[in-house]
Design a protein. Structure first.
Length: 357
């Protein structure tokens, strides 16, 4: 648990970077770094119209709450699906991070997927402004992730990044402070979990919940198998608990990493296709830069074992995983606020691209 009192004993900064993610919300504050990383979940008592919990506490209630308690993820597939609950959740996060200290007139940069519409961007901006922000900069997630990963986004040499979050996979090629070509698919961590749930149901007649699927993905998830010196696949196992479809009784099953690889096969293919599509849309000179320098992976999905290896096999490019893959977008939004003039250029170019599409 974060020691907020220690972090904010001398709090006087008004710059805030926010990664408003489908799976997790991260908040970065100047001079303090990332001070909050919580699941994007809120629990509300519908009878009393009262917020019961947000973040980790609310996530623990998923699949266990009685009818009067509504546990929701107000962001779906990378966009706001419930504006009011998103505002309530974000307000609670900011108040928690700042120990209920009221701050007004702060500047904020918010990371959003490249595929969101101008209407959705304005919805995000409105949520943050309602928290007291006077200046809000909407930064495309791959640009934020590239900045947070230390890529030279302002240079003449093109750089490429794939940010695989909870709701979207955003792939972009960036040069001269702008996105040259990009692909955004609403298929990422959440869909990976769904694929595992469906596989376990069809292949093993076992009903598992999202929490178990998430554990399987983290522990056993892989894009392709490793082999030992004799060419045999290296098998790892984990027990999964759920309900047997046939008997209706609780059941424990030993699951292998090969099971999860098969379950994720289609999803991994979609990520690879998004990478290829982005390169195909890029000008030849930029494509040549990418061929020479390779690409970077960020986001939670970047840590699927051997995903970098699979993309290398399919594209013949060097693939690197960001050192701060989980936090890259939040770090990028915060770092972007260190140079407001550059941040204005990034957001202006993003707006211009949006009107051209």
């Amino acid at each position: 648990m974060f020691n907020f009192s220690k972090l904010f004993g001398g709090f006087n900064s008004k710059d805030m970077g926010i990664d408003l993610g489908t799976a997790n919300t991260l908040i970065y504050v100047k001079d303090n770094g990332i001070i909050l990383n919580e699941p994007s979940v809120i629990a509300v008592d519908s009878d009393l119209n009262k917020i019961l919990a947000v973040g980790k506490d609310a996530k623990e209630m998923i699949g266990k709450a009685p009818k009067n308690i509504n546990v929701v993820r107000p962001l779906q597939d990378g966009v706001i699906s419930d504006f009011d609950k998103t505002a309530d959740m974000l307000k609670a996060f900011i108040e928690r991070a700042l120990e209920n200290k009221k701050i007004r007139n702060f500047r904020a940069a918010v990371g959003v997927p490249t595929g969101v519409t101008e209407v959705e961007k304005r919805a995000v901006e409105e949520v943050v402004r309602s928290m007291g922000a006077t200046e809000v900069y909407i930064l495309e997630e791959p640009m934020a992730a590239a900045i947070g990963s230390g890529l030279p986004v302002d240079g003449t040499v093109g750089c490429m990044i794939a940010d695989i979050g909870g709701g979207t996979t955003d792939v972009a090629i960036i040069a001269l402070g702008g996105v040259v070509s990009s692909t955004s698919v609403r298929h990422a961590g959440d869909k990976f979990n769904e694929a595992i749930i469906q596989y376990m149901r069809k292949r093993h007649a076992l009903l598992i919940g999202n929490k178990t699927a998430e554990q399987l993905k983290i522990s056993l998830g892989c894009a392709c198998m490793d082999e030992d010196e004799f060419g045999n696949e290296i098998i790892k196992t984990m027990n999964a608990r759920g309900r047997d479809i046939i008997s209706g009784l609780p059941k424990t099953l030993e699951v292998t990493n090969k099971d999860i690889m098969i379950a994720l096969q289609e999803s991994m293919g979609m990520v690879v296709d998004a990478v290829k599509a982005t390169i195909e849309k890029a000008p030849p000179e930029i494509a040549a830069d990418i061929a020479e320098n390779g690409m970077m992976l960020s986001g939670g999905g970047a840590n699927i074992y051997n995903l970098d290896k699979l993309i290398e096999q399919k594209t013949n490019m060097k693939v690197t995983i960001s050192e701060n893959s989980y936090e890259a977008v939040a770090l990028g939004t915060g770092m972007g606020l260190q140079d407001i003039e550059k941040l204005k250029v990034y957001t202006r170019k993003a707006k211009r691209r949006g009107t051209e599409v």
